[in-house]
Write a protein that binds this ligand. Structure first.
Ligand code: THU
Length: 139
């Protein structure tokens, strides 16, 4: 079902620029109009300037005018399941169409887990929290 997205993430992983960690990551995002954008991790000699694969993919989509994510796939270690880092989860939720969108955690083309945005970042801080007129909810 997610074959195209998974293939795009695996393909992007090949371009990972990882001279420091050697840890390749690839990601792909499916946007509202079914367009797919991908990205890899891009490291830097100033380590903190490194950009994760998920953010590269999302920034690639947004740079092309696409701001609503329908699904996101990520692949890191091909012998294990690599989950998105905390910063990437926060960037994802900014552009997630809703909290139920699938987040596909890939080990290889045949083995992957499907989580939701809400699973991996419950109770996220989003633009709604910045709205002074919002209804106050106690949950
Ligand atoms: N990395 C990602 O690309 N995505 C994640 O969600 C986790 C970490 C990258 C950053 C760095 O290039 C390497 O993995 C090791 O941390």
């Amino acid at each position: 079902m997610y074959k195209e997205l998974i293939d795009a993430a695996l393909e992007a992983r090949e371009n990972a620029y990882v001279p420091y960690s050697g840890f390749k990551v690839g990601s792909a995002v499916l946007m509202e109009d079914d367009t797919i954008f991908n990205g890899c991790n891009i490291e830097n000699a100033s380590y903190g300037a490194t950009n994760c694969a998920e953010r590269t993919a999302i920034f690639n989509a947004v740079s092309h005018g696409h701001t609503k994510i329908k699904a996101l796939a990520v692949v890191g270690d091909i012998h294990n399941f690599t989950y998105p880092c905390g910063i990437c989860r926060q960037v994802m939720v900014e552009f997630a169409e809703n909290r139920e969108i699938p987040i596909i955690i890939i080990k290889n083309k045949d083995e992957y887990l499907v989580k939701t945005m809400e699973d991996i970042l419950p109770g996220a801080f989003t633009k709604i929290d910045l709205d002074a007129e919002k209804e106050v909810k106690y949950v």
